[in-house]
Design a protein around this ligand. Structure first.
Ligand SMILES: *Cc1c(COP(=O)(O)O)cnc(C)c1O
Length: 506
């Protein structure tokens, strides 16, 4: 328990204090039990008469002993200490934390889907295969790309699979290229994926508009370059408006144009990457298509490819035979191989297709419109109080900096922590790296105007506090179960399970 927490709880009687800390960790009492089973009416036999002694575990690891209500209350209490999308606005830039419709959960639980086994013969899971085939179909329509693999289990894995396909295609051409170009406004997973696929990364600098400098690209783009990886819109929320020219330059030297489409929420239903000269692109079902994420997954990062890369798609693909039945096609000799066990995150595909069908084409186009409108509404509301490092038109997210607050000794971290006191999840902080003290806000289309007004009012109040009472911000948050924690330790050494109490000394 932190010192701060103790100070805050000073007024509580120490005997009742533990109730607030979670019963599972403190409340174990020897002999307490959560279930009562009726006698089964068969003779009791010692275990070692049934099983050979060497198969039996010696000591059972100690477990907390609790009643059913203790356990329910433990989990309900700790869940209330957490902030969640289902509680309020979660404007975490680049993460697209939009509302996950409950109908998705309902379809994902249909027994026919939920109880099927990934090793069942194709003939017994025609419905599942049809769902994968349908989802690939709508993603082909939405991207304008000829084929899509649903296998990758995250955006980053989609990037990796995409770069493996680009490399395989270059190998097939007999070309050994070494370098991948990546702008400094790209998402951080891009250089990691290129590196994992065996390439050196060369960074390109953005211009003052926050987009790629074409002369720079022209200079860097040689026949040594395998691909340009472009985040569209980039992490500044700015659309690469010269993408046709960019693709012309990349293709003129025989390279591939990789598009990081994790931010597809900004233009889904509005523009087709396939018409922009994109050769390979990943999407994040867990962002644009409302499958739940956060806390590490499960994600789904389908990767779409142009004609030259189709032979290299991860195997198996889902195909439809002449008789109309669906099957998994393993006979793909040039495939880069499997990138994920079975058919990827099948439950997420059910949710994504449910969402897409329930929105319809026009509904999805409206998503992009509203996502962009909301981000611009926040931008307008905060422009006078927060420094906007790039003034190019904002798409689905807007990036401010702490430049004006820094004059009062207040940093992005202080602003983010204080926002928690106002009841919001903080925005993404200190990313993108090209903006010092970045505050990256992505409200998404599922936030109503009243909630946006509330966020703007809170951010403006914080800007006012920074001017008048900066020390207040440096101590924030004041209202959360823990105040400022050691974030590195919290990630590296999380306390996620119960340990038996240390025996008392003496
Ligand atoms: C979220 C994101 C990624 C990575 O996606 P994961 O599913 O977290 O691996 C890549 N690029 C961009 C632009 C993103 O916003």
């Amino acid at each position: 328990m932190s010192e701060e927490r103790k100070v805050e709880s000073r007024k509580l009687h120490p005997e009742v204090y533990w109730r607030d800390e979670g019963l599972l960790f403190d409340g174990s009492r020897s002999g307490r039990i959560g279930v009562q089973l009726p006698p089964v009416g068969v003779e009791e036999v010692e275990l070692d008469q049934l099983l050979p002694a060497e198969e039996l575990r010696g000591d059972l690891e100690e477990m907390p002993e609790l009643s059913e209500s203790d356990v329910i209350r433990h989990f309900s209490r700790i869940s209330r200490k957490n902030y969640a999308l289902d509680i309020g606005l979660y404007p975490l830039g680049s993460c697209t934390m939009k509302y996950n419709p409950r109908i998705n959960e309902e379809t994902a639980r249909y027994t026919g889907f939920a109880a099927s086994h990934p090793l069942q013969p194709d003939s017994t899971v025609q419905g599942n295969l049809e769902l994968l085939w349908e989802l690939e179909g709508v993603l082909k329509t939405l991207t304008g790309m000829p084929r899509v693999s649903l296998q990758p289990a995250a955006g980053a894995q989609g990037e990796f699979a995409g770069m493996l396909m680009a490399r395989a295609a270059l190998d097939a051409r007999g070309e050994q290229r070494r370098t991948v170009l990546i702008p400094d406004s790209a998402h951080g997973t891009n250089p990691a994926s290129a590196h994992f696929a065996g390439y050196q990364v060369q960074e390109l600098l953005s211009n003052e508009r926050g987009t790629l400098d074409l002369e720079d690209l022209e200079r860097a783009m040689t026949d040594e370059v395998a691909a340009l990886m472009l985040t569209v819109p980039n992490t500044l929320g700015v659309f690469e408006d010269q993408i046709l020219e960019i693709s012309r330059i990349v293709h003129s030297k025989g390279g591939f144009l990789y598009c990081d489409g994790a931010n597809f929420n900004a233009f889904v239903g509005k523009a087709l990457p396939g018409k922009m000269g994109v050769d390979v692109l990943h999407l994040n079902l867990h962002k644009t298509f409302t499958t739940p994420h956060g806390g590490g997954g499960p994600g789904a990062g389908p990767v779409a490819v142009g004609d030259e890369l189709v032979p290299f798609l991860p195997a198996p693909t889902v195909e439809r035979g002449a008789d109309g039945s669906f099957y998994l096609d393993y006979d793909r000799p040039r495939s880069v191989g499997r990138v994920r066990s079975f058919n990827g995150q099948f439950g997420m595909m059910i949710r994504a297709l449910t969402y897409i069908l329930s929105m319809g084409g026009e509904g999805l186009a409206r998503v992009a419109e509203m996502a962009v409108l909301n981000a611009n509404y926040v931008r307008q509301g905060l422009e006078e109080d927060y420094h906007l490092p790039y003034s190019s038109p904002t798409l689905h997210e807007v990036v401010f900096s702490d430049k004006w607050q820094a004059r009062h000794g207040v940093s992005t971290l202080d602003i983010a922590k204080r926002l928690m006191d106002y009841g919001f999840h903080p925005p993404t902080t200190y990313f993108p790296l090209i903006v010092s003290g970045a505050l990256m806000i992505e409200p998404t289309e599922t936030t109503g105007k009243e909630e946006l007004d509330h966020l703007i009012a809170a951010m403006r109040a914080i800007a006012e506090e920074a001017r008048t009472d900066p020390d207040l911000l440096k101590g924030a948050p004041y209202s959360t179960p823990v105040r400022r924690c050691d974030e590195v330790r919290a990630v590296k050494k999380p306390v996620l399970r119960w340990y038996p109490p240390e025996p008392e000394a003496g």
